[in-house]
Write a protein that binds this ligand. Sequence first.
Ligand code: AHM
Ligand code: MG
Length: 334
Amino acid sequence: MNKISLTRYLVEQQRDHGQIPAQLRLLLEVVARACKSISQAVNKGALGGVLGTAGSENVQGEVQKKLDIIANEVLIEANEWGGHLAAMASEEMDGIYVVPNRYPQGEYLLLFDPLDGSSNIDVNVSIGTIFSVLKKPEGGSAVEEKDFLQAGHKQVAAGYCIYGPQTTLVLTVGKGVAMFTLDREQGSFVLTQENVQIPPDTQEFAINMSNMRHWDEPVRRYIDECLQGKQGPRGKDFNMRWIASMVADVHRILTRGGLFMYPWDKREPNKAGKLRLMYEANPMSWLVEQAGGAATNARQRILDLQPSQLHERVSVVLGSRHEVERVTAYHAQQ
Ligand code: AHM
Ligand code: MG
């Protein structure tokens, strides 16, 4: 088989398809390189002394794991000097990180969740890095936090890297979704699937059922109907999966379909949801849409939401199109 590396794929996207400019190609290569280092750290686990908590909290009041911090540093160090970025933002940093003056500034903005699924780090379950790329708005001199507050449909690239039995980078630049598996002997990501498609129908859902008593009525209705199986209104049996790493749940959905929900619930009614819009929901929603699926906040398309804060939270319903439409319709009837 003639293997296509990520580098070659990106060069061809740039040269033959005019899909990405050179600076964006460089950016994506650098992100992929950073993911390779994170993958190595994840693989070492206890041998590398990277497990456990770091003894600090992030801006959202969550306890940081050592790997959260390591992954954040790897991404910043890899990306700050290449001249392709103006600034970065991360789940693990309060404000934005502007590229220091000693380096040239580029035209892109990079957002990431350096290590998604933190609760799975110490238990050897798949985790990942999620990233979203925006263009710095034209005009204006110094880059500011408000430059990041762009709706998801403005993303120019998005993806994640999952650290599981295989390390796989999943990417969109707006022309479908491609998957690249890390070949450890060669040290490069190799194209293993193109034109990823999510089937519109599914019999599998993913939600943290322990929150059931806090759910809103339309979510209860949807899950209750699934649980009734063949005898219920859906007339078919459903299966359930919940990995508690969004990357792993989304990866399954991109591979075989399914519905993923982390809806608003009554535990903390003032929070729109648990997941973050700009570096979790937006990149995942774009990937899912690019693969023929759908993503809403139970009422509206996620990619159309105008963010008002960097660390804004959002309710998430994504995956197989017909199921997302059903959940969204149940909310509209409420
Ligand atoms: P994190 O970014 O701090 O790891 O949190 C996000 C994760 C998602 O990956 C996952 O879908 C969800 O939190 C799991 O939450 P819960 O533990 O409530 O089931
Ligand atoms: Mg996360």
